[in-house]
Structures are given as structure tokens and as C-alpha cells.
Design a protein around this ligand. Structure first.
Ligand code: G3P
Length: 222
């Protein structure tokens, strides 16, 4: 197996807002260059342009609506985030849930604008359903473990391995990430040993006193 893919979701954490978004991205870029591991960041929408302009690393949107140009006040338009510098998007994060029809429409918009797609899911059946839509990645994140500091890869290994198995049967081209409570080297190692190809994480790095040191700890057992 190759190197993992790490996606850092800033959510609306203060530390990852405005100039903080740029500083954390710089830490991610430094660790990515040292290690060769691809690290992407998902700042808040208004920070996408500033992060993408100042730091050369993959920037994802936290959300994308399945709409086109026109009368869609307050929506997130694929062309807009692409032009702001995003190369991909989260879809259906647990904190920004969508209906199945909306997920499909968001994914279609991501594909239309050449954006990489990560559909977030909460259990094995939803992971299987998401994989059937054909995104680049699914990210399994049990909501009860999000922000808990209890790693999914240790607290609920079956949901990770079950997702990996389900996706392999449905569409082996879809890659599986896992997330919730991941922050340390052993959490990432356990996630990879369960067959996932990377992690989607947030608080353990964004809220760390030293995000670069936290990232270095995260990847130390890869
Ligand atoms: O999108 C990542 C996320 O929901 C996991 O959050 O803070 O448990 O790493 P956290």
C-alpha cells in the first residue's frame, strides 16, 4: 500500500479561521514536504482563496451544493470554489448532512467542475450507498466519536474494516478514509491496518498548541 492521504477539516475552529487558516496550511505543507504524504486542508469557504493563494497544497471545500449558475442565493457553487483555488470538496459531512438526492447532485457538480470528491458517511450501509455513487473517496466517521478524542480506528474498528469490505465489493476504485477522534500516530497506523487509505481529521491538529508537531506525531508510524 502507498502513502496515506490526510485531510484536515478546519470546521469553524477559531484557530483555523482567517490568517490561522493560512498558518495551519503552512504547517501541513511543511510536514507533507518532509514526509512525501499528501495532506489536504478544508478551511471555511471564505478562507479558500486566501489559503490556496498563499500555500501550495490541496485545498478542499467543506461543502458543495448541487446547483449551477443562476438563482441560488446562499449556495456553494462548484465553479466559484474551483476558481477560488479548491481542488476538491467534502460532501455530506456529519455537521452538514444532505439528503441522498442532494449528495448525488453535489457529486455531479464536483465532477462537472473537476473537483475531487469525499462523501462522508456514518456507518457501513451509508458507506456502501455512497460508494455506489462513484466518488473519489468515502470517509466513514461515526458521529458519536467526532471531536471526542477517542479514535474510531480503536473504538470501532469494525465500522472501518466493514466499510473497506463493503466498498471493495461495490466499486474498488473508490478509496476509503476514516475519521473521528484521530490525532496520534497509533490512531493513523490502526486506521491503515484496518484497510483505510487515509484519514479525515480535525480537532486533534487544528486545536493543538503546535499543529506542526501534532502532524509529525500523526504520521510517525506510517
Ligand atoms: O471531518 C473530520 C471530523 O469530523 C473528525 O473530527 O475532531 O474528531 O478529528 P475530529
Amino acid at each position: 500500500m502507498g502513502l496515506p492521504f490526510i485531510v484536515l477539516n478546519y470546521k469553524t475552529y477559531l484557530q483555523g479561521t482567517g490568517q490561522g487558516a493560512v498558518e495551519i496550511a503552512k504547517a501541513c505543507k511543511a510536514v507533507s514536504e518532509e514526509s512525501g504524504i499528501e495532506i489536504a486542508v478544508a478551511p471555511q469557504l471564505p478562507d479558500i482563496y486566501r489559503v490556496a493563494s498563499e500555500v501550495e497544497l490541496p485545498v478542499f471545500s467543506q461543502h458543495l451544493d448541487g446547483i449551477g449558475a443562476g438563482s441560488f442565493t446562499g449556495h456553494v457553487f462548484g465553479k466559484s470554489i474551483k476558481e477560488a483555488g479548491a481542488v476538491g470538496t467534502l460532501i455530506n459531512h456529519s455537521e452538514k448532512r444532505l439528503t441522498l438526492a442532494e449528495i448525488e447532485a453535489s457529486l455531479k457538480a464536483a465532477k462537472e467542475f473537476g473537483l475531487r470528491s469525499i462523501i462522508c458517511t456514518n456507518n457501513v450501509p451509508t458507506t456502501a450507498a455512497a460508494a455506489a455513487l462513484g466518488p473519489d473517496y468515502v470517509a466513514i466517521e461515526p458521529p458519536e466519536l467526532i471531536g471526542s478524542g477517542i479514535p474510531v480506528s480503536k473504538a470501532d474498528p469494525e465500522v472501518v474494516s466493514g466499510s473497506v469490505e463493503a466498498v471493495a465489493k461495490i466499486d474498488p476504485r473508490v478509496k476509503v478514509l476514516c475519521g473521528a477522534g484521530i490525532s496520534k500516530g497509533e490512531d493513523l497506523r490502526a486506521a491503515l491496518d484496518l484497510g483505510s487509505q487515509g484519514v479525515l481529521l480535525a480537532s486533534g491538529i487544528v486545536k493543538a498548541a503546535d499543529p506542526k508537531a501534532a502532524l509529525e506525531d500523526l504520521i510517525r508510524l506510517v
